[in-house]
Design a protein around this ligand. Structure first.
Ligand SMILES: [Zn+2]
Length: 138
């Protein structure tokens, strides 16, 4: 997982910016039925999301959207123990599934991302916001 370098800071662009960060190894772990890969990537991804939320809190004009484009592996967590830091899980498949995925939106206009919608509608919602910010019609 890479984040922009300090020399090329997207927040310095006066037109705003769109930054996409992918935790691709979650998918890889699901395909490989590898629980430790999934957990390691989620922990790494969680740190990045934490930084994005902190940035949004500081800037007050940043929308953070966290989502998955699909689920992979049909992972079921069977048991876990916070004290020992262990978790047991079982994968139903090594492929993508049709399980609905969650979306988390935080910041201005986050209310536009409530409810159930198909994944292709996300682009439409983002472009609508983007165009309204630039004064364009849909
Ligand atoms: Zn995949």
């Amino acid at each position: 997982m890479k984040v922009p370098s300090s020399e090329n800071r997207p927040e310095d662009n006066d037109k705003g910016f769109f930054l996409m960060v992918e935790g691709a190894k979650v998918d890889k772990g699901g395909h490989g039925r590898n629980l430790s890969t999934v957990i390691d990537e989620y922990l790494s991804f969680d740190k990045v999301v934490g930084k994005a939320l902190k940035f949004a809190d500081e800037q007050k004009n940043t929308l953070v959207i966290v989502l998955s484009d699909h689920e992979t592996g049909g992972l079921t967590l069977l048991d876990g123990d916070y004290k020992t830091g262990t978790v047991m899980g079982q994968f139903a498949t090594n492929d993508h599934t049709g399980i609905p995925v969650l979306l988390y939106a935080y910041g201005p206009s986050s209310q536009n991302f409530r409810g159930f919608f198909r994944n292709f509608e996300l682009e439409q919602k983002i472009m609508k916001l983007y165009n309204s910010r630039l004064g364009k019609k849909d």
